[in-house]
Design a protein around this ligand. Structure first.
Ligand SMILES: *[C@@H]1O[C@H](CO)[C@@H](O)[C@H](O)[C@H]1NC(C)=O
Ligand SMILES: *[C@@H]1O[C@H](CO)[C@@H](O)[C@H](O)[C@H]1NC(C)=O
Ligand SMILES: *[C@@H]1O[C@H](CO)[C@@H](O)[C@H](O)[C@H]1NC(C)=O
Ligand SMILES: *[C@@H]1O[C@H](CO)[C@@H](O)[C@H](O)[C@H]1NC(C)=O
Length: 504
């Protein structure tokens, strides 16, 4: 009882802090910038109609007859049964056209302004319509709690460079809210192909690609080297995340599809209580830097029953995350499920209590991976990877404490300390190397437990390697296939030195 009320009090205090920090912290400036661009974006969009790039025909509603638009359906779904007297705000009633061509940003802003004032209200984005919406922020902190964003239609991003000013980090963001739900069977389409084509040669490409050496030159032709855009529109070098939640409590995302993001598809930063289920993320395997779900500084996160197909990590868990539970997820194509890269530029990283279980990975670069940069501090503690089924995965199990996507990084003694990492029932086929454990010389990996590892080679286009371990200590509780003789049983003889300021 008292535990519960203490938790509630702690939540409220934290929220109050977030609200306070919004008026003083650095994120304020960032948000201000975002809004400025967003206004400019709507202005320029309303003048200039976005061009269709011939890919819109598969979206429902794209060929909708004109006569349908003036009679908006009043209510698509009933209000959530548990909330009494909740109100609906249909974007069509706020002037949205939903023809896939007219800029509907202002209508969405107006609908939000109204919904924000009513507790447990619902914004309705009806099915059969395609809404062109520029960069937009659905922003608290003075909104009422438990707003529902009922997305049954399609929202598409502008593809003209002008809409994005000099570059934005997000397209659609929800910030500083208590209880926010996005649900429905609608689609958020970032129209990312115009961004992927712009050659980002200075963009980081996954470091693990270096471990993969094709047998054949022909295989290399499949590598995601971007082709120059033939459209002539130069998109900004900063690519936006499609959907981002910041500084919010009790966030739910369910039912929807997020596709073709210019960069990451769904991001949570500084959120507590996140639930994501029965969603789909979809973008091509060769679309650069398109993470599926990205978690940062977020706690109590549940992700399940979800299909993730993208060009980078299916799920990426960054610093400040704890109590993350991911299960029943299909991943592929993509780079697998990753913790990190942590500790970049000598930063301190803290990640703990992460469970990833009952996952199916097909045709991914990595399976489950922990990557840290040299020179960082802090720790990763308490990670369980369980029942991971891999097929045609290049590197199913990876710890890389020498992560470096700049090509060359100098050796440093400081490192993010890794301990209590358990792998159980990791089974299936690999194409390059079953296990790659590269741990820090000064802070070896500790308590790495392997149980029920059964990985078989699938010789295709790559050089195959045996399991690799460097400074990795722990135990094998059952014989592994293939044998992982390189794991050092027990603990390192010299105690690791981890100073107090490094502890999390
Ligand atoms: C989040 O949801 C839980 C459970 O419904 C509730 O107890 C808690 O008060 C909510 N937190 C906030 C900040 O609204
Ligand atoms: C670890 O996280 C799970 C949720 O994923 C939570 O139920 C559990 O209480 C957490 N354990 C600790 C020790 O915090
Ligand atoms: C850095 O350390 C690794 C592992 O000990 C070693 O293989 C590599 O040669 C070192 N590189 C340099 C530049 O010292
Ligand atoms: C290597 O490339 C040739 C074509 O140049 C192709 O026929 C052959 O199947 C490739 N071998 C492998 C192992 O992929």
């Amino acid at each position: 009882m008292s535990g519960l009320s203490f938790r509630r009090l702690a939540f409220m205090l934290l929220f109050a802090f977030l609200v306070w920090s919004s008026s003083t912290g650095t994120c304020h400036a960032r948000r201000g910038k975002h809004w400025r661009h967003s206004r400019a974006a709507s202005a320029s969009l309303s003048k200039k109609k976005a061009k269709s790039h011939g890919s819109g025909s598969h979206h429902h509603g794209g060929s909708k007859s004109k006569s349908k638009a003036p009679s908006p359906p009043k209510q698509v779904t009933p209000p959530p049964p548990e909330k009494k007297g909740s109100e609906n705000f249909n974007v069509l009633d706020f002037g949205a056209k939903g023809d896939g061509d007219t800029d509907d940003t202002k209508a969405f802003q107006a609908a939000w302004a109204s919904a924000c004032k009513v507790e447990a209200s619902t914004i309705v984005v009806p099915s059969e319509y395609v809404f062109l919406v520029g960069p937009i922020s659905f922003s608290g902190p003075y909104c009422e709690a438990n707003i529902v964003f009922q997305l049954d239609g399609t929202i598409i991003a502008p593809t003209n460079a002008k809409a994005w000013g000099s570059g934005l980090l997000w397209w659609i963001e929800f910030t500083k809210l208590r209880g926010i739900t996005i649900r429905g069977n609608g689609v958020i389409d970032g129209k990312g192909s115009v961004w992927w084509q712009d050659s980002p040669f200075d963009d980081p490409v996954d470091d693990e690609a270096k471990l993969i050496i094709p047998l054949n030159r022909t295989a290399e032709q499949n590598s995601p080297i971007p082709i120059n855009s033939k459209l002539g529109s130069k998109m900004p070098s900063t690519k936006p995340t499609a959907l981002r939640f910041y500084g919010s409590f009790n966030v739910t995302v369910t039912g929807i599809t997020i596709q073709n993001s210019p960069q990451c598809h769904l991001k949570f930063d500084n959120c507590m209580g996140v639930s994501v289920y029965e969603i789909s993320v979809s973008s091509p395997g060769d679309s650069l830097n398109t993470d599926g779900i990205h978690l940062q500084n977020s706690k109590d996160v549940l992700i399940h029953s979800t299909n993730l197909a993208c060009g980078d990590d299916c799920v990426s868990i960054q610093t400040g995350c704890s109590n993350v539970y991911i299960h029943n997820v299909n991943c592929g194509p993509g780079h697998g499920i990753s913790i990190g890269g942590l500790g970049r530029d000598s930063t301190k990283a803290c990640v703990s209590n992460i469970t990833v279980r009952d996952i199916i990975m097909h045709n991914t670069m990595n399976g489950v991976r922990i990557k840290t940069w040299q020179g960082g501090s802090g720790s990763v503690q308490g990670v369980l990877f369980s029942n991971i089924q891999v097929t045609e995965v290049e590197l199913p199990i990876v710890i890389d404490q020498f992560y470096c996507d700049k090509g060359k990084c100098k050796n440093q003694t400081s490192a993010v300390a890794l301990s209590g990492i358990t792998y159980e029932r990791i089974k299936g086929t690999y194409t390059v190397k079953p296990v790659h454990f590269a741990c820090s010389d000064s802070l070896p990996c500790m308590d790495v437990t392997l149980t029920g590892i059964e990985l078989k080679p699938l010789q295709e286009r790559y050089h195959m390697y045996d399991p690799f371990c460097w400074q990795t200590f722990g135990e094998l509780t059952t014989p592994a296939v293939p044998p992982i003789d390189c794991l050092q049983i027990g603990k390192p003889s010299s105690n690791r030195i981890q100073s107090d300021h490094d502890s999390c």
